[in-house]
Design a protein around this ligand. Sequence first.
Ligand code: GUN
Length: 297
Amino acid sequence: MSAKILDGKAISEQVLQETRQGVAEFRTKHGFAPGLAFVRVGEDPASRVYVGAKAKMCERLGILGQTFVLPAAASEAQALDLVASLNAQKNVHGILVQSPLPDGLREDAVFETISPEKDVDGFHPMNLGKLVVGDPTGFVACTPAGVHQILLRSGIPLAGRRVVILGRSRIVGKPLALLLSAKGKEADATVTLAHSRTSDLPAVAREGDIVIAAIGKNRFVTADMVREGATVVDVGITRVPDTAKKAGYRIEGDVDFATVSHKAGAITPVPGGVGPMTIAMLMANTLKAAKLQADPR
Ligand code: GUN
């Protein structure tokens, strides 16, 4: 049997279309655009590409994207000052500080300076706390939010089912566990958060009706770790040197797709699975931030 492919690219296009529509309505109602500020420090080539792609997506959707670049040698105080000035700007509804920051700048300190209302990355402890208590005015980090949308929009049932998440990171595993185990018709799953110290990880993973791999080790999840017919979501993106590719590398996920795709019932590919969803959720979070700031509850 070959698994059904969960097409993240197609699902991200649905989210982007809905967001574009929402942005147009927002602009008509308020007479100004939702605004998203990007902060980049230094000239890390990958960060330039990522921020460039996000800024282009803003343009496509009618969001006012602005990019602010600090030199690689910038001090932490300079980065904090820039964030503080963006916090105070009324036409900036969302702020994204691109990670990784150069050595010497504490990422947590910078992220925590972003006003929680503008934290469209969902990294601020206040927004993690809102996820814990189920406050819908919070922002969920884009990768876990994207995984959730892939499951919902693919019609994969969650209520009462066993989800095994591999990886307990603050950005993916932990928020995803909260999101999928929340009370409500779009969640209600029973979640196991497994990690590098879990005993007999393959046996734990085989308990999952849904297995979500977010450990950052390419091809880690093999067919023996997946129950027949399970849904498998692959969050991994590892660059593997490959001279046959123009870029000099290929992208591999955390799942050994060649073998697991014959055992799973449904699976996300890499690339074209979770990846495209993250940028779509960032756009959706920006619209949400603008609406909450324009019409506070
Ligand atoms: N670097 C890679 N992915 C991300 C992301 O989602 N947000 C931020 N701020 N930096 C990143």
